[in-house]
Design a protein around this ligand. Sequence first.
Ligand code: ZN
Length: 309
Amino acid sequence: MSRRFGGRARDPDGDALPAIPATRLGAVAGKQGTEAGMRKVLAIAAMLWSTALAGAELPVFDAHIHYSHDAWDMFPPKEAIALLRKAGVRRALVSSSNDEGTQKLYAEAPELIVPELRPYRARGETGTWVRDQSVIGYLEERLRKFRYAAIGEFHLYGADADLPVPRRMVELARQYGLMLHAHSDAEAIERLFRQWPQARILWAHAGFEQPAKVREMLRRYRNLWADLAFRSDHGSSGKVDRAWREAFVEFPDRFMLGTDTYTPERWNFVPEHAAWSRRWLADLPREIAERIAWKNGEEVIAGAFAGQH
Ligand SMILES: [Zn+2]
């Protein structure tokens, strides 16, 4: 683990400044339209700028958080939420085995948590669920009871995507208008899109594929996004890898961050992961960094969730 995130470069986040909202300045200038007015605008700009400097930290949308049963005792909901806040996470896409964990966190901080439904009731179902009919009843029951932004993260590879249980899961996502969060190879992603061409899919870990392959898939599917959870080949020691940079520049709207708290201990790592992400993001143009850090998740996931009702 230390190797993956071993680069302890000096934190370059000092230059990470939130933009001053132009609308606020424009509103003041429009009202005054005089020299005094302009001075006021500049004064406000300076004030906003210094506020930005003081609190300079790129917000994070963490699109890959799990809060499964074995994490509940080690990090009770209040502590888990405190860790997310400490990390500067403004929103997190959370799923858990079983779903009770997600509901606990959502109840604790509905403004912070975007719920996602996993087809697992306990750890260890990642390989068996595709042939387990009882998964369907579980999904149906939860979907009737609670609201979600997505179904996932599920593990699904190759031809398994066309087995009856995953097919039924895709139908349910369609019925409820939910995104799919797939830990899958490219073949399973293709099969999911064949089943439901209008699907919106978040490709977990960008499929652990090379950037060239990820770009090829993003070009092919307009409704495909990729989270960068549990990989570090895209950035280290505050530098973005060249091939990945090309992918981010070509598709600034399609990537998201993720910590992947797949074991309880990984919760300790949430703030460190956010800080590490801010270091490599600082090597990208500010606009692209903001999109990947939080704006994409906010628009694509939180926006759709908020728009459901
Ligand atoms: Zn995961």
